[in-house]
Design a protein around this ligand. Structure first.
Ligand code: CMC
Length: 429
């Protein structure tokens, strides 16, 4: 029998259907609430509100489970490539070899950026944040590549556009970095795979070719895969909301980049390293920073701790911590910031304030240290997150647009401003 929930409003009983997901997650479908009762629900930060149904990613924050299309993240991070994981997220199944080859080939077609786009980089301040440039460039792809945005694209055309976006974002990101350090661009190469190609564009110069190190490629591959999707987070919901007006893929994803930029979301990785550096400069007094974060009169937060959904542990953080140690060991790096991070984590895990609020290290706590070891500058960390999240955004945009039941996103509000009052002319104010 169909499950229903009863709500008594002003003495009248109303029934609402219960929607059950494949992992037995339950939600009350209140889409007819206002029509039936004139009431709406209020849910600050949407902590209890499902904005859609989705078959892409499952996560259980209490148990620390994360799966892409049903497959545990631990297996994908261990065994898959970033391009294969992207295919899985966007198309729902692991590809056969010929499908993967075709998808990967679409990355290299027209791989160099449209030459007219290069002027953007020249006009951008070298000290400007790379996320602004990334967002602008992604949005502008709509102008430079209108042929990728057909109103009724075929399945193959959608695949080509997704691959092109993943490919171009990598190039734009590397060029953004080159602009910031005043070096010439190194164009993408057809003979290199996704991550090696990115590293080559970032670190090779006209004079000297960067030596690709498999340890670095492996660490970066795991990081990108771990960031690839995380269901309805702030940036993905933004992509869906913008796309719900039928805005094109590039415009929607450009908005996602902006949402990701904030320090409470994808900008946290940058803030973590800055926080660790601050602790170091301050003489390593970890307790001082913990006390500051606990002080109710201080807005300061320990970056890289806490998560809206994970209330036990973040499975991505567990993998990343291990990857950080592996990378440092294999490369023979000793970074005092890693020591501070380990000590900070230990101290936080023993502290009642954090235990009571279920605040554990999140994905961003150790990722910055890996990026730093690879040689990626701190301000580029959110860009790395954006490259990783790209397949998730594409998958959600595609899923939403293909669902005939999708509606334009349009939340309501409870108005708390003035009731009606008259306009007062200037002289009478
Ligand atoms: N340091 C100190 N206190 C914290 C922290 C923190 N990092 N995070 C939450 N709290 C406290 C907060 O002050 C509040 O305390 P109280 O109940 O006394 O008012 C309580 O914990 C609950 O916080 P909240 O803001 O209601 O929790 P939320 O679920 O809305 O926020 C969060 C989640 C990730 C925004 C938050 O934990 C945070 O700001 N963390 C630091 C930034 C960060 O690392 N962000 C990356 C998230 S993972 C990457 C991603 O997917 O975006």
């Amino acid at each position: 029998m169909d499950e229903k929930v009863k709500m008594i409003i002003e003495g009248q009983t109303h029934e609402f259907p219960v929607i059950t997901g494949t992992e037995n997650e339950k939600g009350i479908d209140i889409s007819k609430l206002r029509g039936q009762t004139s009431y709406i629900t209020l849910d600050n930060g949407f902590g209890n509100t499902g904005s859609c149904t989705s078959g892409i990613t499952f996560l259980d924050g209490e148990k620390g489970i994360l799966r892409y299309r049903g497959i545990p993240i631990e297996q994908i991070a261990e065994k898959s490539s970033f391009v294969e994981a992207s295919y899985l997220l966007i198309y729902g199944e692991l590809p056969h070899q010929d499908e993967l080859d075709k998808f990967a080939l679409s990355f290299t077609k027209q791989a160099p950026l449209h030459p007219d786009m290069l002027g953007f980089f020249e006009g951008y301040p070298t000290a400007g944040h790379p996320m602004a440039l990334l967002s602008a460039m992604v949005c502008s792809l709509a102008g430079y590549y209108p042929e990728l945005l057909k109103p009724e694209p075929s399945e193959e055309e959608v695949k080509f556009t997704s691959a092109q976006l993943l490919s171009k974002v990598r190039t734009i990101s590397a060029y953004t970095y080159k602009t910031s350090i005043g070096e010439s661009f190194i164009p993408p190469r057809d003979d290199l795979r996704y991550i090696s190609n990115f590293l080559n564009m970032m670190f090779s110069t006209k004079e000297k070719e960067y030596k690709i190190d498999e340890t670095v490629v492996s660490a970066l591959r795991a990081l990108l895969i771990l960031h690839a999707d995380h269901e309805q987070n702030c940036s993905t919901s933004t992509v869906r909301l913008v796309g719900s007006s039928w805005a094109n893929l590039f415009a929607s994803i450009s908005a996602g980049v902006c949402a990701l930029w904030g320090p409470l979301h994808g900008g946290a990785n940058q803030k973590v390293v800055e926080m660790l550096e601050q602790i170091q400069v301050d003489g390593g007094n970890i307790q001082k920073f913990i006390d500051k974060a606990k002080d109710p009169d201080d807005h300061y937060r320990l970056m890289g701790f806490g998560h809206r959904v994970y209330k036990n542990f973040d499975p991505r953080a567990t993998i990343i911590k291990q990857k950080a140690h592996d990378l440092f060991d294999k490369m023979g790096i000793h970074d005092p910031l890693l020591d501070i991070a380990v000590k900070l984590e230990e101290a936080v895990l023993k502290d009642d304030y954090f235990a009571e609020r279920k605040l554990y290290p999140n994905v961003d706590f150790y990722s910055g240290l890996i990026y730093k070891a690879i040689g990626i500058p701190t301000v580029m960390f959110p860009v790395m997150f954006a490259i990783g999240r790209m397949p998730g955004w594409i998958a959600h945009w595609k899923e939403m647009r293909e669902n005939p039941a999708s509606k334009i996103g349009r939340p309501r509000q409870i108005y708390t401003g003035h009731t009606e009052r008259d306009y007062v002319p200037m002289e009478g104010r």
